[in-house]
Ligand binder design. Structure first.
Ligand code: HPA
Length: 284
Protein backbone atom coordinates (compact mmCIF):
# COMPACT_ATOMS: atom_id res chain seq x y z
CA UNK A 1 0.00 0.00 0.00
CA UNK A 2 1.19 3.49 -0.72
CA UNK A 3 2.36 5.25 2.44
CA UNK A 4 -0.03 8.22 2.33
CA UNK A 5 -3.05 5.91 1.89
CA UNK A 6 -1.83 3.77 4.77
CA UNK A 7 -1.53 6.92 6.88
CA UNK A 8 -5.11 7.97 6.05
CA UNK A 9 -6.41 4.53 6.96
CA UNK A 10 -4.49 4.58 10.24
CA UNK A 11 -5.80 8.07 10.96
CA UNK A 12 -9.39 6.90 10.39
CA UNK A 13 -8.75 3.94 12.70
CA UNK A 14 -7.43 6.29 15.35
CA UNK A 15 -10.61 8.37 15.08
CA UNK A 16 -12.69 5.22 15.51
CA UNK A 17 -10.65 4.23 18.61
CA UNK A 18 -11.05 7.69 20.13
CA UNK A 19 -14.81 7.60 19.49
CA UNK A 20 -14.97 4.18 21.14
CA UNK A 21 -12.97 5.44 24.18
CA UNK A 22 -15.62 8.12 24.68
CA UNK A 23 -18.64 5.93 23.94
CA UNK A 24 -17.37 3.29 26.39
CA UNK A 25 -17.81 5.92 29.12
CA UNK A 26 -21.11 7.58 28.16
CA UNK A 27 -24.08 7.04 25.84
CA UNK A 28 -24.78 10.76 25.59
CA UNK A 29 -25.02 11.53 21.88
CA UNK A 30 -24.09 15.20 21.47
CA UNK A 31 -25.89 17.48 19.05
CA UNK A 32 -23.64 20.49 19.56
CA UNK A 33 -19.82 20.44 19.78
CA UNK A 34 -18.25 23.38 21.53
CA UNK A 35 -14.59 24.42 21.64
CA UNK A 36 -13.76 26.68 24.58
CA UNK A 37 -10.74 28.89 23.88
CA UNK A 38 -8.06 30.43 26.13
CA UNK A 39 -9.47 31.58 29.45
CA UNK A 40 -13.05 30.80 28.39
CA UNK A 41 -13.49 27.45 30.13
CA UNK A 42 -15.97 28.77 32.71
CA UNK A 43 -18.97 27.90 30.53
CA UNK A 44 -18.46 24.21 31.27
CA UNK A 45 -19.94 24.84 34.74
CA UNK A 46 -23.32 25.54 33.06
CA UNK A 47 -23.64 21.93 31.90
CA UNK A 48 -25.19 19.06 33.77
CA UNK A 49 -22.14 16.90 33.26
CA UNK A 50 -22.52 13.26 32.32
CA UNK A 51 -18.84 12.54 31.77
CA UNK A 52 -15.56 14.45 31.96
CA UNK A 53 -12.60 12.83 30.19
CA UNK A 54 -9.02 14.17 30.21
CA UNK A 55 -7.68 14.14 26.65
CA UNK A 56 -4.87 11.86 27.83
CA UNK A 57 -7.49 9.16 28.53
CA UNK A 58 -8.91 9.23 24.98
CA UNK A 59 -7.00 6.95 22.66
CA UNK A 60 -5.06 8.87 20.03
CA UNK A 61 -6.34 12.29 21.16
CA UNK A 62 -3.84 15.19 21.03
CA UNK A 63 -3.17 16.69 24.45
CA UNK A 64 -3.20 20.50 24.99
CA UNK A 65 -0.01 22.01 26.34
CA UNK A 66 -0.97 25.71 26.07
CA UNK A 67 -1.53 27.80 29.25
CA UNK A 68 -5.26 28.42 29.89
CA UNK A 69 -6.21 25.16 28.15
CA UNK A 70 -7.41 22.53 30.57
CA UNK A 71 -7.48 19.58 28.17
CA UNK A 72 -10.74 17.81 28.99
CA UNK A 73 -13.64 16.59 26.95
CA UNK A 74 -16.86 17.28 28.81
CA UNK A 75 -20.16 15.70 27.82
CA UNK A 76 -23.37 16.93 29.32
CA UNK A 77 -26.70 18.64 28.91
CA UNK A 78 -27.52 22.31 28.62
CA UNK A 79 -31.25 22.07 29.36
CA UNK A 80 -32.30 19.46 26.83
CA UNK A 81 -29.40 19.95 24.43
CA UNK A 82 -26.69 17.28 24.54
CA UNK A 83 -23.33 19.01 24.24
CA UNK A 84 -19.74 17.81 23.86
CA UNK A 85 -17.37 20.47 25.00
CA UNK A 86 -13.62 20.74 24.52
CA UNK A 87 -12.21 22.61 27.49
CA UNK A 88 -8.98 23.60 25.79
CA UNK A 89 -7.78 22.88 22.27
CA UNK A 90 -4.49 22.11 20.54
CA UNK A 91 -2.69 24.46 18.15
CA UNK A 92 -0.15 24.12 15.35
CA UNK A 93 2.31 26.19 17.39
CA UNK A 94 2.49 23.39 19.96
CA UNK A 95 4.10 21.31 17.23
CA UNK A 96 0.97 19.45 16.16
CA UNK A 97 0.44 18.78 12.48
CA UNK A 98 -2.63 20.52 11.05
CA UNK A 99 -4.55 17.23 10.70
CA UNK A 100 -3.91 16.51 14.40
CA UNK A 101 -5.26 19.92 15.38
CA UNK A 102 -8.60 18.98 13.79
CA UNK A 103 -8.64 15.37 15.01
CA UNK A 104 -10.97 16.25 17.94
CA UNK A 105 -13.45 17.95 15.59
CA UNK A 106 -13.69 14.76 13.57
CA UNK A 107 -14.14 12.70 16.73
CA UNK A 108 -16.96 15.02 17.86
CA UNK A 109 -18.58 14.71 14.42
CA UNK A 110 -18.46 10.90 14.71
CA UNK A 111 -19.94 11.16 18.21
CA UNK A 112 -22.97 12.69 16.51
CA UNK A 113 -22.47 16.49 16.69
CA UNK A 114 -24.16 18.35 13.85
CA UNK A 115 -23.04 21.82 14.90
CA UNK A 116 -19.56 23.09 15.77
CA UNK A 117 -19.48 26.18 17.99
CA UNK A 118 -15.95 27.61 18.12
CA UNK A 119 -14.69 30.22 20.57
CA UNK A 120 -11.33 31.88 21.07
CA UNK A 121 -9.48 34.77 22.60
CA UNK A 122 -8.31 37.10 19.84
CA UNK A 123 -6.49 40.35 19.22
CA UNK A 124 -8.72 43.18 18.02
CA UNK A 125 -7.63 44.68 14.70
CA UNK A 126 -10.75 46.74 14.06
CA UNK A 127 -10.33 50.24 15.57
CA UNK A 128 -13.93 50.06 16.81
CA UNK A 129 -13.21 47.13 19.14
CA UNK A 130 -12.14 47.21 22.79
CA UNK A 131 -10.59 44.57 25.02
CA UNK A 132 -13.46 42.56 26.53
CA UNK A 133 -15.74 42.88 23.47
CA UNK A 134 -17.33 39.77 22.04
CA UNK A 135 -17.34 39.32 18.26
CA UNK A 136 -19.58 37.06 16.19
CA UNK A 137 -17.35 35.54 13.50
CA UNK A 138 -18.97 36.16 10.12
CA UNK A 139 -16.11 34.94 7.92
CA UNK A 140 -12.43 34.06 8.11
CA UNK A 141 -9.05 34.34 6.43
CA UNK A 142 -7.21 31.02 6.53
CA UNK A 143 -4.38 31.68 4.11
CA UNK A 144 -1.68 32.31 6.74
CA UNK A 145 -2.11 28.97 8.50
CA UNK A 146 -1.57 25.49 7.04
CA UNK A 147 -4.80 24.02 5.67
CA UNK A 148 -5.89 21.03 7.78
CA UNK A 149 -7.18 19.18 4.70
CA UNK A 150 -3.74 18.95 3.06
CA UNK A 151 -2.94 15.27 2.51
CA UNK A 152 -5.07 12.40 1.33
CA UNK A 153 -8.76 13.30 1.39
CA UNK A 154 -10.85 11.53 4.03
CA UNK A 155 -13.65 10.59 1.64
CA UNK A 156 -15.91 9.31 4.42
CA UNK A 157 -15.92 12.81 5.89
CA UNK A 158 -16.24 14.99 2.82
CA UNK A 159 -15.21 16.11 -0.61
CA UNK A 160 -11.66 16.98 -1.75
CA UNK A 161 -12.53 20.63 -2.41
CA UNK A 162 -15.09 21.79 0.15
CA UNK A 163 -16.89 25.08 -0.38
CA UNK A 164 -16.31 27.84 2.20
CA UNK A 165 -18.81 30.40 0.85
CA UNK A 166 -21.13 30.00 3.84
CA UNK A 167 -18.68 28.68 6.41
CA UNK A 168 -20.55 30.42 9.24
CA UNK A 169 -24.19 29.35 9.23
CA UNK A 170 -26.44 32.41 8.68
CA UNK A 171 -29.48 30.93 10.40
CA UNK A 172 -27.45 29.96 13.49
CA UNK A 173 -25.65 33.35 13.49
CA UNK A 174 -29.11 34.94 13.71
CA UNK A 175 -29.84 32.84 16.79
CA UNK A 176 -26.66 34.19 18.42
CA UNK A 177 -27.71 37.75 17.52
CA UNK A 178 -31.11 37.05 19.13
CA UNK A 179 -29.43 35.64 22.25
CA UNK A 180 -27.16 38.69 22.52
CA UNK A 181 -30.17 41.00 22.23
CA UNK A 182 -32.25 39.12 24.81
CA UNK A 183 -29.34 38.73 27.25
CA UNK A 184 -28.26 42.39 26.80
CA UNK A 185 -24.79 41.35 25.69
CA UNK A 186 -23.22 43.84 23.24
CA UNK A 187 -22.02 41.90 20.19
CA UNK A 188 -19.55 43.03 17.57
CA UNK A 189 -19.24 41.20 14.24
CA UNK A 190 -16.28 40.62 11.99
CA UNK A 191 -13.73 38.55 10.12
CA UNK A 192 -11.25 36.39 12.05
CA UNK A 193 -7.83 35.67 10.63
CA UNK A 194 -5.80 32.68 11.82
CA UNK A 195 -2.03 32.98 12.00
CA UNK A 196 0.29 30.26 13.26
CA UNK A 197 1.87 32.06 16.22
CA UNK A 198 3.32 31.52 18.71
CA UNK A 199 4.95 34.94 18.42
CA UNK A 200 2.45 37.76 18.34
CA UNK A 201 2.25 39.81 15.15
CA UNK A 202 4.35 42.85 14.37
CA UNK A 203 2.56 46.21 14.06
CA UNK A 204 3.13 46.15 10.29
CA UNK A 205 1.63 42.67 10.03
CA UNK A 206 -1.44 43.98 11.86
CA UNK A 207 -1.75 46.89 9.38
CA UNK A 208 -1.48 44.37 6.56
CA UNK A 209 -4.12 42.06 8.08
CA UNK A 210 -6.45 45.05 8.56
CA UNK A 211 -6.00 46.09 4.94
CA UNK A 212 -6.95 42.53 3.94
CA UNK A 213 -10.27 42.81 5.77
CA UNK A 214 -9.52 41.15 9.11
CA UNK A 215 -11.19 42.45 12.29
CA UNK A 216 -9.60 40.03 14.78
CA UNK A 217 -6.53 37.82 14.82
CA UNK A 218 -5.70 34.61 16.63
CA UNK A 219 -3.78 31.35 16.49
CA UNK A 220 -6.63 28.85 16.22
CA UNK A 221 -10.19 28.18 15.15
CA UNK A 222 -10.12 28.42 11.34
CA UNK A 223 -8.46 24.99 11.00
CA UNK A 224 -11.30 23.51 13.06
CA UNK A 225 -13.91 25.37 11.03
CA UNK A 226 -12.50 24.07 7.75
CA UNK A 227 -12.48 20.47 9.01
CA UNK A 228 -16.02 20.85 10.32
CA UNK A 229 -17.31 22.27 7.04
CA UNK A 230 -15.48 19.50 5.17
CA UNK A 231 -17.44 17.05 7.35
CA UNK A 232 -20.75 18.83 6.67
CA UNK A 233 -21.18 20.34 10.13
CA UNK A 234 -22.91 23.69 10.61
CA UNK A 235 -20.52 26.20 12.19
CA UNK A 236 -20.75 29.32 14.33
CA UNK A 237 -18.10 31.14 16.33
CA UNK A 238 -17.47 33.89 18.83
CA UNK A 239 -14.17 35.63 19.57
CA UNK A 240 -13.46 37.30 22.86
CA UNK A 241 -11.35 40.35 22.03
CA UNK A 242 -8.64 40.02 24.66
CA UNK A 243 -6.36 42.86 23.57
CA UNK A 244 -5.84 45.54 20.95
CA UNK A 245 -3.54 43.94 18.36
CA UNK A 246 0.16 44.79 18.18
CA UNK A 247 1.04 48.43 17.66
CA UNK A 248 -2.48 49.74 18.26
CA UNK A 249 -1.69 50.86 21.80
CA UNK A 250 1.54 51.38 23.77
CA UNK A 251 0.94 48.08 25.60
CA UNK A 252 3.14 45.07 24.89
CA UNK A 253 1.37 41.74 24.40
CA UNK A 254 1.59 38.74 26.68
CA UNK A 255 -0.17 35.40 26.82
CA UNK A 256 -0.90 35.89 30.51
CA UNK A 257 -2.70 39.19 29.85
CA UNK A 258 -4.73 37.54 27.07
CA UNK A 259 -5.90 34.84 29.49
CA UNK A 260 -6.61 37.44 32.21
CA UNK A 261 -8.83 39.56 29.96
CA UNK A 262 -10.60 36.48 28.60
CA UNK A 263 -11.24 35.42 32.21
CA UNK A 264 -12.67 38.86 33.00
CA UNK A 265 -15.01 38.65 30.00
CA UNK A 266 -16.03 35.10 30.91
CA UNK A 267 -19.29 35.90 32.78
CA UNK A 268 -20.65 37.91 29.82
CA UNK A 269 -19.33 35.33 27.41
CA UNK A 270 -20.94 32.48 29.38
CA UNK A 271 -24.30 34.30 29.31
CA UNK A 272 -24.12 34.74 25.56
CA UNK A 273 -22.98 31.17 24.99
CA UNK A 274 -25.69 29.70 27.21
CA UNK A 275 -28.45 31.69 25.47
CA UNK A 276 -27.02 30.85 22.05
CA UNK A 277 -26.69 27.11 22.62
CA UNK A 278 -30.20 26.93 24.09
CA UNK A 279 -31.55 28.43 20.90
CA UNK A 280 -29.33 26.38 18.63
CA UNK A 281 -30.26 23.17 20.48
CA UNK A 282 -33.95 23.90 19.88
CA UNK A 283 -33.38 24.72 16.22
CA UNK A 284 -31.33 21.71 15.09
N1 HPA B 1 -2.61 37.98 18.19
C1 HPA B 1 -2.71 36.66 17.95
N2 HPA B 1 -3.39 35.84 18.72
C2 HPA B 1 -4.01 36.35 19.80
C3 HPA B 1 -3.95 37.72 20.11
C4 HPA B 1 -3.21 38.57 19.25
O1 HPA B 1 -3.09 39.80 19.46
N3 HPA B 1 -4.67 37.91 21.24
C5 HPA B 1 -5.16 36.69 21.59
N4 HPA B 1 -4.75 35.74 20.72
Amino acid sequence: MNKTLETAAQYEERIASAVKSVQDRTNLRPKVALVLGSGLGEFAAELIVTEEIPYSEIEGFPVSTAPGHDGKLILGLLDKTPVVCMKGRVHCYEGYDPWEVVFPVRVMKRLGAEVLFVTNAAGGINFGFMAGDLMLITDHISLFAPNPLIGPNLNDFGTRFPDMTHAYDEELCDLIRDAAFDEHVPLQEGVYVQVTGPSFESPTEIKMLRSLGADAVGMSTVSEVIAARHAGMRVVGISCIANAAAGMTKELLSGDDVNLTANEAAPLFTRLLTGSIRRIGEAV
